[in-house]
Ligand binder design. Structure first.
Ligand code: GDP
Length: 305
């Protein structure tokens, strides 16, 4: 079993690539971006992964569901309700069913299983925890809930620090711990290290589980040629006082990492990362098409499985 730790859009691309190799895969997904909107439980990263795996992602917008309509949102706007978070009608159904499951007493893991089964997803999609953990970002305007910073404020405010509310009281699920223990390869997908992978790693017990795992652990760089493919990774690393470089990303995971996948554009950093005692593979990591996604997944499996 391959285990992939994933945030939203970036991570979902590689998880889709893994699914195309037909290797049995479990993905452990960040849920610290989860929030309540219109009374509904929204899990943006779980949704990105589920939509990518069921071929429902909108290829143009890069988020949400394809062939979407916006009638509910327009009606909410008409009622002068909050309409800064774009929820399409098809997407809304996901949040309705998830919220109903949670209200009936199911865990987020169970609710996710129900959604994934209905979408005929073969990958085992696991939330990192069934406990509510919430990312907040410190900006010159004060602490903002993650979605306010990310969507309402369009990542414009400068990020001074990041915190994960309730993380100390949370725990990984047994499914997550079992997956890590029995994995034959563990991959940290190219996701935002600060707000997508850090929350997964900071759930108490997760780093220890990764250190104890018998499988090799490898990470894929989310930066290519000094830039993020999408999203505020560069701004966040800089805001927190780090150099925005794959070397910074690799060093963050040094306590449990065995290998690192560096984009071929960053070849000049290979020795520096090897000096962190890591086996480094350089290849194209930009995943535009399904072919790219599968190819990257296959190269990783070939090198480390
Ligand atoms: P979010 O939660 O939706 O923001 O998504 P993630 O955290 O999973 O992904 C954001 C990160 O993925 C950013 O740092 C991007 O640079 C990175 N990313 C997105 N697409 C790609 C890609 O095709 N290749 C690589 N190497 N990184 C990518």
């Amino acid at each position: 079993m391959i285990v992939a730790l994933s945030g939203g859009v970036g991570g979902a691309k590689l998880v889709r690539g893994l699914s195309l190799t037909e290797q049995p895969t479990t993905t452990i997904v960040n849920t610290a971006d989860d929030f309540t909107h219109w009374g509904l439980h929204i899990s943006p990263d779980l949704d990105s992964v589920m939509y990518a795996l069921s071929d429902l992602s909108d290829p143009v917008r890069g988020w949400g569901v394809r062939e979407e309509s916006w009638n509910a949102l327009k009606m909410v706007e008409h009622y002068q309700g909050e309409h800064w978070f774009q929820l399409g009608d098809r997407d809304l159904a996901t949040h309705l069913i998830r919220t109903q499951c949670l209200n009936e007493g199911q865990t987020l893991t169970q609710a996710t299983k129900r959604l994934c089964n209905a979408l005929e997803i073969q990958v085992n999609v696991l939330p990192m925890s069934d406990d509510l953990i919430q990312t907040q970002v410190e900006t010159p305007q004060g602490w903002l809930d993650f979605q306010i910073y990310f969507v309402k404020e369009c990542c414009q405010p400068e990020v001074k620090s990041v915190r994960f509310q309730n993380i100390e009281q949370s725990k990984p699920t047994q499914d997550v711990l079992n997956a890590i223990e029995s994995a034959s390869l563990i991959i940290l997908c190219p996701s935002n290290p600060v707000v997508s992978l850090d929350p997964i790693l900071r759930v108490p017990g997760m780093e220890m589980a990764l250190q104890a795992a018998s499988a090799p652990v490898v990470a894929v760089s989310p930066l290519i040629g000094g830039r993020a493919v999408k999203g505020p990774t560069v701004e966040m690393l800089k805001g927190l006082g780090f150099e925005s470089s794959p070397v910074t990303v690799a060093s963050r995971y040094q306590s449990f990492l065995n290998g690192f996948v560096l984009d071929e554009q960053d070849q000049q950093l290979k020795t520096e990362i090897e000096n962190l005692n890591l086996e480094v593979m350089t290849t194209n990591t930009l995943m535009s098409s399904d072919e790219d996604k599968k190819q990257l997944a296959e190269s990783i499996l070939k090198a480390w499985l």
